[in-house]
Design a protein around this ligand. Structure first.
Ligand code: BTN
Length: 273
């Protein structure tokens, strides 16, 4: 059953040091990312979280729409003010990794990251991240990490019918969105700190969670399927993809227009996009 997010309940349970200390709840907005872009720079606190029950113009990657049943799921954005515009792909992946850990506890199944910013369970998408950077001249002003997670919605329409899943859809249970958001922010804060400290275990941990890790995969670059196979070796300290080609040369790719296509049981992972 859809219900309004209870901001007071959430704030009473929140156990983070700084993430979400500045918290905004809106019943309805165009997009939580767009909303946080408009906060004047001097007023924007590092770690601000904005959640909305209903986004009228929710945005996904590649200019796609992000549709989510109002009052059922989690659609929120985090404003971060890291010192420099570096390793931001690894920052997004760190948040994705935090999300997989919280979801695994809830659904008791393996949760995987699909390059670049998707969260998958058993071949279906349960959530995604949209990272946007705002600059003030040459200086990084803010990084907005928008997160959409399917929690209570059990029916998906059209294209999403067989491609999307949710926590309730997988377990048949209903959940407190307030409690899940508290757990997510605790995990994201902890992974942000690892990222901030250049923790060398971080990229290894993330790599192990990625679909196709350690496998011979195909790559689609700008929608063009590459004829060669590549062994996917995970991500490096910048969050770039590392692959070994058939000549055993190491290649790195940093852009998002890449798709990793696995060949497990002859099923291509792109089919579930
Ligand atoms: C994707 O998988 O394409 C990324 C989806 C990101 C959706 C979230 S919902 C909260 C935030 N506000 C938006 O408009 N988009 C992100």
């Amino acid at each position: 059953m859809p219900s309004a997010f209870n901001a007071e309940l959430f704030q009473n349970q929140l156990n983070t040091t700084w993430l979400g200390s500045e918290f905004l709840y809106k019943e309805r907005v165009d997009s939580t990312n767009t909303c946080l872009k408009k906060v004047p720079s001097p007023e924007l606190v590092h770690g601000t979280v904005l959640i909305a029950d209903h986004q009228t113009k929710g945005r996904g990657q590649y200019e796609k729409k992000w549709n989510s049943e109002p009052g059922e799921n989690l659609t929120f954005s985090i404003a971060l003010r890291p010192p420099a515009p570096e390793r931001l792909t690894l920052l997004t992946l760190s948040c994705a990794n935090a999300i997989t850990m919280v979801l695994e506890e809830l659904v008791n199944r393996e949760v995987r990251i699909k390059w670049p910013n998707d969260i998958y369970i058993e071949g279906k998408k349960i959530g995604g991240l949209l990272t946007e950077c705002c600059f003030n001249g040459k200086n990084l002003d803010r990084v907005l990490i928008g997160i959409g997670l399917n929690i209570g919605q059990t029916y998906f329409e059209g294209d999403l019918l067989h491609k999307a899943t949710s926590v309730a859809g997988l377990t048949g249970k209903q959940y407190s969105r307030e409690e899940i958001l508290c757990n997510l922010l605790t995990a994201i804060e902890s992974f942000y700190m690892k990222w901030h400290k250049f923790d060398d275990e971080l990229q290894k941990e993330i790599s192990r969670k990625m679909i196709g890790y350690g496998e011979w995969v195909s790559l689609q670059i700008n929608k063009i399927l590459q004829p060669e196979k590549y062994k996917f070796l995970g991500v490096n300290r910048q969050g770039e993809l590392i692959v070994l080609d058939e000549q055993l040369d190491i290649n790195t790719f940093s852009y998002e227009q890449i798709r990793i296509i696995t060949h497990r049981k002859g099923v291509s992972e792109t089919e579930s996009e």
